[in-house]
Structures are given as structure tokens and as C-alpha cells.
Design a protein around this ligand. Structure first.
Ligand code: HEC
Length: 123
């Protein structure tokens, strides 16, 4: 009887660990803000970056989020690469998909915040 209870406890603990670890591995995007930036401003940029993340997922991820060693990796675009000129004009593939009509200047700004503050991938 005593042995059976121990077995039940072990099984319950094992299942709990599985559930918790599967939640943790659902990776959340981390952001890095400059230390000098005041907390309320960090919170504001966090909010804007999260909006940008959603816009990235809708408009860009299908081409740019790629599987690397079994993990989905979002690239680290620089502010320079995100410039309206290089995105819309210098890139033929983008002409239709990222045109002003599909992704407004304001939305492109939000996506740029996302890339500016997103924690960079490990090299
Ligand atoms: C239809 C597929 C497609 C979509 C959608 C798309 N891109 Fe691209 N993008 C490409 C391809 C192809 C290239 C050129 C090859 C490369 O650098 O990956 C490129 C290049 C870029 C570059 C330049 C990368 C470099 O190395 O200089 C940036 C920045 C970029 N895309 C940002 C975006 C953003 C932001 C969005 C969403 C608003 C987006 N792209 C949507 C296909 C796409």
C-alpha cells in the first residue's frame, strides 16, 4: 500500500514537470532596453515593440522566420536595414508584399521598434 502511494506521487510529480517544462519552452520574446531609459518609457517601448512583433508575424515572418537547428529563429534586422528605402525600393521581392498599401509607414515604424529592442540572437 505504502509502495503504491509512492508510485502515485512519482507519477504526479513527473507529469507536473512535463507540463511546466512545455510551458517554459514556449519561448517568449525578450527585449533589451538601455539602462538609462526611464521605466515608464521602457514600458511604452515594450508596448510598441509588442505591436511591432505582431505586425512582423503577420507581414514578414512567413519569409523571414526560419528554422535553424530545429528552432524557429527571427532575424536581427538593423535599423538601417529596416529603413523605408531599403525595404520598399531596393528590394524587388518586397515591392508587392511590403508596399506602402500593405504595410503603412506607421506599421513599419512599429516593426522597427520591435527589431531595435528585441534581444539579439546568439551568434
Ligand atoms: C514574400 C517573402 C517576403 C516577405 C513577406 C518579406 N520579405 Fe523581407 N526579404 C525577402 C527576401 C527574399 C529578401 C532578400 C534575401 C534575404 O536577405 O533574406 C528580403 C530581405 C529583407 C531585408 C534585408 C536583409 C538584408 O540582409 O539586408 C530586410 C530588412 C527585410 N527583408 C525585412 C522585411 C520586413 C520588415 C518584412 C515585413 C514587413 C518583410 N521583409 C517581408 C522576402 C520577404
Amino acid at each position: 500500500m505504502y509502495f503504491r502511494n509512492i508510485c502515485i506521487v512519482i507519477v504526479v510529480v513527473f507529469i507536473s514537470v512535463l507540463i511546466v517544462s512545455s510551458c517554459v519552452s514556449q519561448k517568449k520574446i525578450e527585449y533589451v532596453f538601455p539602462d538609462a531609459m526611464a521605466k515608464p518609457i521602457q514600458e511604452e517601448y515594450y508596448r510598441l515593440s509588442e505591436k511591432g512583433r505582431v505586425l512582423y508575424e503577420i507581414n514578414c515572418a512567413s519569409c523571414h522566420t526560419k528554422k535553424v537547428k530545429g528552432k524557429m529563429v527571427i532575424p536581427d534586422f538593423t535599423e538601417e536595414q529596416m529603413g523605408a528605402y531599403s525595404i520598399r525600393i531596393a528590394n524587388e521581392i518586397h515591392e508587392d508584399k511590403v508596399s506602402e498599401a500593405r504595410v503603412s509607414a506607421e506599421e513599419l515604424n512599429l516593426i522597427t521598434y520591435f527589431f531595435t529592442y528585441k534581444k539579439k540572437n546568439k551568434q
